[in-house]
Design a protein around this ligand. Structure first.
Ligand code: DQA
Length: 152
């Protein structure tokens, strides 16, 4: 997507298996596809004066590299680290590079599910966490990031 002057840049990172949204356990994650989520975020970004770039990977190292690229370029980050939420010190460490609002997001309420999902390696380094609001949570996250960027 084209970068526009005066628009702030927000990166959305979708972790492993989220490319299968719509097909993957729809009772838990809903029916929306990742393209639908990205399109919606672009529309909201348009209204808020924010350029939204979306990235999905099933690979931990690729996510780390994308976070490193965001350093000095992006004004905010929204990340659903998916299963890496519960395991990845590498993603946590990469996020510590950034000095911008970082929202950790989950479609499901991770605290209502299996106990191994209750622990987030990311929560302690994120600005905030949104969990359990389904696709609506992404819109909430983008609006929150926009307010933080524009007031700071
Ligand atoms: C998830 C929750 C994680 O526990 C899980 O591994 C996912 C998706 C969510 O969006 O609810 O892949 O991050």
């Amino acid at each position: 997507m084209q970068k526009r002057k005066n628009y702030k840049q927000v990166l959305i990172i979708h972790g492993p298996n989220l490319n299968m949204l719509g097909k993957r356990e729809p009772g838990i994650y809903g029916k929306a596809t990742i393209s639908e989520i990205n399109r919606k975020l672009e529309e909201i970004g348009e209204r808020l004066g924010i350029d939204v770039e979306s990235f999905q990977s099933n690979h931990e190292g690729a996510i780390v590299e994308k976070i490193q690229e965001a350093y000095e370029i992006k004004h905010g980050l929204i990340i659903n680290p998916a299963a890496y939420t519960h395991t990845s010190i590498a993603i946590r460490d990469a996020l510590l590079l950034l000095d911008v609002p970082v929202i950790e997001i989950h479609l499901s309420n991770i605290y209502k599910r299996e106990s191994f999902r209750h622990k987030s390696m990311i929560a302690g380094v994120a600005t905030g966490q949104i969990s359990g609001f389904g696709v609506q949570g992404y819109a909430m996250a983008l609006e929150a990031v926009a307010k933080m960027i524009q007031s700071g």
